[in-house]
Design a protein around this ligand. Structure first.
Ligand code: PGA
Length: 256
């Protein structure tokens, strides 16, 4: 078992003042036990990356962004290039979140191009995949998540082992309705074998679960063999709740 990865997805929330308070509470609560069981990062809206860089540099908390452009640079008004995120020392960028697929028309190819850009800039993409309720009810879950991941694997080639995957069933995001540990584990196992087939170094890939993960359900989800961490939305905005999720990570086996 690898050390878990717990990532907060702040979505379009926060302000300089509330971020500072939240970060202070998180840093105060992030003790050695927590750091021993999990790598932790927060993904904020781009205007706040400078704040995260200033306040988190040299701490145990990493940070990242929630999207990047599929282009390098140039006439793309409103876009943020992966290289710009690198200027703010982002370690991660969330890509292909279902809210971007749903509200911004992002498709598998675009997400794959963004993943290429992120890797080229030295940033780890957290590639989100997940089925809608209609997909699940039609028995298409496996087909959909494999299709979404395969586009990225194909585009990034030999770098496939460098990506983090987040399985986020769309019907579980922000709804309070969580996939059962068994449902999540079943999909994670599918994604794990897809990653294994893609790279000899797939032991580096971490597969996170996301969708209404909270302090009450985290321990059971995180104890599943193929759940390597969590992508946490709503619960990452409350310091106590987020710290409890981190504390519920099982201790990783020593790496020899
Ligand atoms: P949620 O969001 O934890 O609020 O369901 C997770 C996500 O969308 O990444």
């Amino acid at each position: 078992m690898t050390k878990k990865l717990i990532v907060g997805n702040w979505k379009m929330n926060g302000s300089l003042a509330t971020n500072a308070g939240l970060l202070q509470a998180l840093l105060a609560g992030l003790n050695d036990d927590a750091i021993a069981v999990a790598d932790v990062a927060l993904c904020a809206s781009s205007p706040y990356l400078a704040q995260l860089q200033t306040l988190l540099q040299g701490t145990a908390l990493g940070w990242g962004a929630q999207d990047c452009s599929a282009h390098d640079s140039g006439a793309y008004t409103g876009e943020v290039a992966a290289a710009m995120l690198r200027d703010f020392a982002c370690r991660y960028v969330i890509l292909g979140h279902s809210e971007r697929r749903q509200y911004h028309g992002e498709n598998d190819d675009l997400v794959a191009q963004k993943a290429q850009r992120a890797l080229a800039a030295g940033i780890t993409p957290i590639v989100c995949v997940g089925e809608t309720l209609a997909d699940r009810e039609a028995g298409r879950t496996e087909f959909v998540v494999k299709r979404q991941l395969s586009a990225v694997i194909h585009a990034v080639g030999h770098c496939a082992s460098e990506i983090v995957v987040a399985y986020e069933p769309v019907w579980a995001i922000g709804t309070g309705r969580t996939a059962t540990p068994e449902q999540a584990q079943a999909v994670h196992a599918v994604l794990r074998s897809q990653l294994k087939a893609a790279s000899a170094h797939s032991s580096r890939n971490r597969i996170l679960y996301g969708g209404s993960m909270n302090a009450a359900n985290a321990a059971e989800l995180l104890s599943q063999p193929d759940i390597d961490g969590g992508l946490i939305g709503g619960a990452s905005l409350k310091a106590d709740e987020f710290l409890s999720i981190i504390a519920s990570c099982p201790l990783a086996a020593a790496v020899i």
